[in-house]
Design a binder for this molecule. Structure first.
Ligand code: SF4
Length: 357
């Protein structure tokens, strides 16, 4: 369907996005970073993170040599922290195996940790003008609706069908710059027009040929994932304080929040007094009740029971791969979102500020 790409390319000229901070460059590093940040995250959220990251780590070498802690601090709040760890590892691999030059072949790009087929294709298109097909979440939505494809797009059979479409729809080989414009147009159409909820079909350049619109199935596609309820887990965060400082430990990698700083964690069956005595040889004094906090991961839901406790002395941080930080320092370090929320609560908790001195 050559018309498909032609319509999108024409539409993009006046209605697509042209001034995103990672556009107008052929620097594969800048494009790679943006593509990784944009996985599961919206442009408006990504933009300030991207700009701060590029300022601190402007190229592959600076990222490869940078401390993981600094990288995670800049990533703090963006979520899916494995992305940041993979970026760091990949930058080191590029220095080691490719003399610091980002490879241009799709199969080589795809071998780096954290880079899947669609992300590799987007980098190859925007950095090197390679004629490759992308298939991210937005594109899957456009394709399933436009071609009326039933079935959950995460299912392998449906995915194969969508990849075939993605390849068949690529614009003509000979037209210069078309691949970049077409790829950006597909992304933009999914983000701006063919949105998950309330798609704006009336202004869509594909409305004439759209199966879902014609058959009144727009709201039924893409087929949603057959849902099983997410398992729920519970945990206790021990927010240990002394001298207006908070005790944070580095989470092991790999694992949830690997490499980030968090309060010590125990199960709901354990006792905080016994835990602190056994692990740190310290006594504790409860300071104030804090409400539980819910946090959702892709595969489970976590209910965190925070306990704000004053400890009798500062734990030796060197021995425990840990740090003692003031609230301000802790908020500026690499911590996951739920810990940030808890620290914000403590910030306005009079018990902490008055009794903890
Ligand atoms: S007409 Fe509507 S459903 Fe079809 S591709 Fe356009 S926005 Fe999506």
């Amino acid at each position: 369907m050559p018309n498909f790409s032609a319509k999108l390319i024409r539409w993009h000229k006046h209605h697509g996005r042209h001034h995103l901070p990672w556009q107008g460059t052929r620097d594969p590093y800048a494009i790679w970073l943006s593509e990784i940040m944009l996985q599961q995250t919206q442009v408006t959220t990504v933009t300030p993170y991207y700009q701060r990251f590029m300022q601190r780590f402007p190229n592959i070498k600076s990222l490869a040599l940078g401390p993981l802690d600094d990288i995670l601090t800049l990533w703090s709040g963006l979520g899916y922290y494995a992305r940041a760890r993979y970026l760091h590892q990949s930058a080191q691999l590029i220095i080691k195996n490719y003399d610091g030059k980002f490879p241009r072949q799709l199969d080589l790009i795809q071998q780096f940790p954290g880079i899947g087929r669609s992300t590799a294709a987007a980098i190859a298109v925007f950095a090197f003008g390679e004629r490759c097909a992308i298939l991210d979440g937005n594109v899957k939505r456009v394709f399933t609706r436009h071609f009326g494809i039933e079935g959950y797009p995460g299912n392998q059979k449906i995915q194969n069908q969508l990849w075939e479409k993605a390849i068949a729809l690529l614009p003509d080989k000979n037209a210069k710059n078309n691949i970049e414009t077409y790829t950006q147009a597909l992304m933009d159409l999914g983000a701006l027009v063919c949105k998950r909820s309330k798609p704006n079909c009336m202004i869509c350049p594909l409305q004439q040929s759209c199966t879902a619109l014609r058959e009144n199935r727009v709201n039924k596609l893409p087929t949603i994932k057959p849902r099983r309820p997410l398992p729920e887990k519970e945990t206790v965060f021990l927010i240990l304080t002394n001298q207006k400082k908070i005790f944070l430990e580095k989470r092991p990698t790999p694992g949830i929040w690997g490499g980030l700083w968090c309060p010590p964690e125990m199960t709901t069956n354990e006792n905080a007094t016994t835990y602190c005595s056994q692990h740190y040889n310290l006594t504790i004094k409860p300071m104030s009740d804090m409400p539980p906090l819910n946090h959702s991961f892709t595969h489970f839901k976590l209910r965190i029971h925070p306990k704000l406790l004053k400890v009798s002395a500062q734990i030796d941080s060197k021995k425990n791969k840990a740090i003692w930080l003031t609230l301000d320092e802790a908020l500026a370090t690499a911590i996951p979102t739920p810990v940030r929320k808890l620290l914000k609560q403590i910030e306005s908790n009079p018990t902490f500020t008055s009794k903890n001195g």
